[in-house]
Design a protein around this ligand. Structure first.
Ligand code: NAP
Length: 323
């Protein structure tokens, strides 16, 4: 009988993490998913290969305790905006040191990490991108000392439960007339969550990926305005996009970052000053255009949509796409 292999998935309760947990478990890994609020993520427990538990992974001792008997780790912990000043450094840089320490002290030799497209310690246009870049550099430096590291730099990721298409669709549905859009010309190359997950899973045991950093993009380049227009056209919403110039875009960010939910911040504005595009990856060919059209076909009939939603537990409904 082959020996059970355990993998620790940090951030496994998030949007990308959940899909990755199921994909790894289907490949025979026993997956441990720590979460601050495991009761919200009970749907993970339908797979016998996934163990969900409550833990504060930011605490070094708790993380080390979790690492025992695990052969590999994947880190997905990340934030898009700071709740407290210094959070980007705390989660994207300091936490990386905690992760690397935990691996070296507990004998984990394989570490995969999800960063972000455009992450660069020196030239990133925002604090988010610079902190992601610094964390990635730290990992790869330690990777030369016996820890085999691979990192992935995705463009914006779409799929069930994403905070991108879903969020815009939710806001656009509330609008009539014009929707003022900051950074309308920014270019993005969205990648489907299933494609990204497949690429990560295929890398875990693949020595050729050791020490590598992979930009991960889908097959189509859109401006932000084109993506919103795609949602509007597909859902036949009575609203048009009103692109804002630089000054008004900054003003919108300044206002929204002080409102609850932080829909858009100055740091997000700065991230969008760099085009988020790369060479599309061979395995990542799912089209955002077809995905959005497909969802609209599937849920065009409200009763079908409601029935679909009722089949999922209320805390997380995969059918929340285009809510
Ligand atoms: N989604 C995208 O479009 C996209 C694009 C490029 C890069 N990325 C990167 O991919 C990674 C995963 O993204 P995602 O969209 O799946 O994120 P997500 O849905 O926001 O999930 C974040 C995960 O991190 C954990 N986490 C967050 N803050 C934490 C804290 N203070 N202490 C402990 N755990 C914390 C959460 O666990 P609990 O709340 O359960 O404890 C959750 O599992 C991130 O690093 C992100 O920067 C995402």
């Amino acid at each position: 009988m082959s020996k059970q292999r355990n993998i620790l998935l940090l951030g496994g309760s998030g949007f990308i993490g959940k899909q990755l947990a199921f994909a790894l478990a289907n490949r025979g890994w026993q997956v441990t998913v720590p979460s601050r609020r495991p009761h919200r993520h009970r749907s993970l427990l339908v797979h016998p290969g996934i163990r969900l538990l409550e833990a504060n992974i930011i605490d070094s001792a708790s993380l080390k305790a979790l690492c025992a008997d695990h052969q590999a780790m994947i880190n997905l912990v990340g934030i898009l905006h700071e709740k407290r000043k210094g959070d980007f450094r705390r989660f994207h840089v300091e936490f990386i040191k905690t992760v690397v320490d935990a691996c070296s002290e507990t004998g984990i030799k394989r570490l995969l990490h999800v960063s972000a497209l455009g992450a660069n310690e020196a030239t990133g246009s925002s604090l988010y991108l610079r902190s992601k870049g610094e964390g990635e550099n730290l990992l790869h430096t330690f990777g030369q000392r016996g820890l085999q590291v691979t990192s992935f730099q995705p463009s914006v990721v779409f799929g069930k439960g994403d905070a991108f298409i879903n969020r815009f669709a939710g806001v656009l549905k509330l609008c009539v007339g014009y929707f003022p859009l900051a950074c309308a010309d920014s270019k993005l190359q969205p990648v489907y969550v299933g494609d990204l997950v497949a690429k990560i899973v295929a890398s875990v045991d693949n020595r050729a990926t050791y020490s590598k950093r992979y930009p991960v993009c889908g097959p189509e380049i859109f401006t932000l305005q084109q993506i919103l227009e795609l949602i509007i056209d597909t859902l036949k919403l009575p609203v048009r996009v009103l692109p804002l110039g630089k000054g008004l875009s900054r003003l919108q960010a300044l206002i929204l970052q002080n409102l609850p939910g932080k829909l858009f911040t100055m740091d997000n504005y700065r991230s969008l000053q760099t085009d988020n595009v790369c060479q599309d990856c061979e395995l990542c060919q799912t089209s955002l255009r077809q995905y959005i059209h497909g969802l609209a076909d599937m849920f065009g009939n409200k009763r079908t949509y409601d029935a679909f939603r009722r089949n999922y537990p209320s805390a997380e409904r995969p059918g929340d796409d285009l809510r």
